[in-house]
Design a protein. Sequence first.
Length: 173
Amino acid sequence: MRLTIGISGASGVLLAQKFIEKLPKEIDKQIIFSRNSKIVLSKEENRVFLDNEDISAPTASGSFGVDAMIILPCSMNTLAKISCGISDNLITRSASVMIKEQKKLILAPREMPYSAIALENMLKLSRLGVVIAPPVLGYYSGVDSLEEMEDFLIGKWFDMLGIEHNLFKRWGE
């Protein structure tokens, strides 16, 4: 599987880092940081860092063959640009390609409360097949720590991407 991971905004970047660390090694990871994402992740196998200002990078083309994309966290600015078809950086261009190619695109908005404008943008994108999956706590999951809650959230995103895992106990297990 070839997966693009966009990281926009600074709040929630540590959750994105944990998401990346828990991905299976065999997944080809194309990682794009926005200018506001100050954290730098160390290189590992099947991980490529792309310049968000380089809209000619491979993920900007449907012929590159990305299977899915998640933007984690997804700032409201990034969400609004995608909703309006603005492709002024690699994250928004790659998202536009995912929509055009009808590939899985997951957005994890990080702010609350949501404004009416943000909700309208999410509805518009959802109607296009984009999955809106903010990091919502699942209290029914029986977690006892922040790390277990993060594993639950990451596991839910993995489920949406079709990635097998054992990050949380499933209902009825």
